[in-house]
Design a binder for this molecule. Structure first.
Ligand SMILES: Cc1cc2nc3c(=O)[nH]c(=O)nc-3n(C[C@H](O)[C@H](O)[C@H](O)COP(=O)(O)OP(=O)(O)OC[C@H]3O[C@@H](n4cnc5c(N)ncnc54)[C@H](O)[C@@H]3O)c2cc1C
Length: 375
């Protein structure tokens, strides 16, 4: 029986652990805190299949399928909700990018429609005051509470026979196929490092560099608002801000800082300036507002960047696998990417374009935020 260690109990790690165990691998998942205590528990929980690249589109469609399947079993609540993204009047480069990316998504078989300003205002009266140049609408989209997915998959991993060790920080042993836990060293046939923003640091400990940089993003949730359900999940490409209904109010996100952050030393609270700008943006875009919102809570978390904005997923050296570099789209793709890396560990092909060995590991690059309409 293949023995596999999974390091990290976020959305990726629990999915891989569940799928490895379900396929007969003797699987141990190590999480240093609680499940979902990293980026997964801080995510906005937005999911859609609207990707312009064919591999991304296939992966995202499979992920949405798995979210729906878990929801049909009653394990999570996946709220079907359209996703619309738009460029504002005067922002010609992004308007062109919205149109072109929607076209490429349709070519990949995605259910994506382009909307002109009137079509946008008719379809989404709650946002009708936005002066859009062009918009695109994806119907295969929804949202969920990200922590409930991690919990549900963690339980399924255990039901399938995996051992889930929370409160267990590990380091990698020199050859990459053993982990050092607080009580000793455990050997495995394969080790998957899905430790989120800590992944690079763990691998650096055994001289295996990867080109990944953690960067900080922010979100807030407002107190309840009358119009929350009429607001679609939306991304304002011109203002670089997104929203979706959450807890009776609206979640607003972004506040991205395009530089590398230390995963052991970053501010987990949102900045006052992010909060101010997000509330101002809400006042501007909500055409049916009767009141201005109060902030219920806000926070910051880390996403992970790579030089080409594609993930690092697969075997990085004999028996050592890595899963990181999601550019802010790790939660919505985790059900599929966890499945794919589990398959690779058990002898499958992996996802060619995401092969981590396409880089040497010491590449210089700048952090570029993940939510854009440029690709
Ligand atoms: C504010 C915000 C909003 C976001 N919104 C979305 C969204 O709507 N949709 C989307 O797709 N993505 C979103 N993201 C990105 C998403 O959260 C991440 O891409 C995804 O959750 C990464 O999952 P992961 O399993 O790879 O990593 P993580 O969830 O970070 O999990 C890694 C785990 O490894 C553990 N760990 C670290 N070091 C060790 C160690 N030495 N030993 C054992 N365990 C260790 C950590 O404690 C952590 O639990 C958002 C992120 C943020 C911060």
């Amino acid at each position: 029986m293949t023995r596999v260690a999974v390091v990290g109990g976020g959305a990726l790690g629990v999915t891989a652990a569940r799928d490895l165990a379900a396929r007969g691998a003797d699987t141990v998942l190590y999480e240093r805190d609680d499940l979902a205590s990293g980026a997964s528990g801080r995510a906005a929980g937005i999911a859609y299949d609207a990707f312009a690249e064919d591999v991304d589109a296939t992966v995202a469609a499979r992920a949405v399928e798995r979210f729906r399947s878990l929801a049909s079993e009653g394990a999570i609540e996946f709220v079907e909700h359209p996703y619309v993204w738009f460029a504002r009047a005067g922002d010609d480069p992004r308007a062109t990018a919205v149109r072109e990316s929607a076209q490429r998504m349709r070519a990949n078989g995605r259910d994506v429609e382009t909307l002109d300003p009137d079509g946008f205002a008719d379809r989404f009266p709650a946002l009708a005051s936005v002066d859009v140049a062009t918009a695109a609408l994806a119907r295969d989209a929804g949202y969920l509470d990200p922590a409930t997915y991690v919990t549900a998959m963690g339980e399924r991993a255990e039901s399938a026979g995996a051992t889930v060790e929370t409160g267990t920080p590990v380091r990698l042993a020199a050859d990459g196929t053993a982990v050092e836990t607080p009580v000793g060293t455990e050997r495995f046939d394969a080790v998957l490092v899905a430790a989120g923003a800590h992944t690079k640091r763990l691998l650096a400990g055994i001289d295996t560099p990867i080109p990944m940089k953690p960067y900080r993003v922010q979100a807030l949730v407002t107190e309840p608002l009358d119009d929350h359900e009429r607001v679609p999940t939306c991304y304002d490409a011109t203002e670089s801000r997104y929203a979706r209904p959450r807890e009776g109010g609206l979640l607003v996100g972004d506040g991205t800082q395009e530089r590398e952050f230390d995963p052991d030393d970053y501010d987990e609270a949102a900045d006052a300036e992010f909060e101010r700008a997000s509330l101002a943006w809400l006042s501007e875009v909500r055409s049916e507002r009767t009141t201005d919102p109060e902030i219920a809570r806000s926070w910051a978390g880390l996403c992970t960047a790579t030089p080409d904005r594609d993930p690092l997923l697969g075997e990085v050296r004999g028996g050592l696998y890595v899963a990181t570099g999601w550019h802010g789209h790790g939660f919505m793709r985790a059900p599929a990417l966890g499945e794919r890396v589990a398959d690779e560990i058990l002898g499958g092909d992996g996802v060619g374009p995401f092969d981590p060995t396409r880089f040497d590991g010491d590449e210089e690059f700048s952090v570029v935020e993940g939510m854009t309409v440029d690709d």
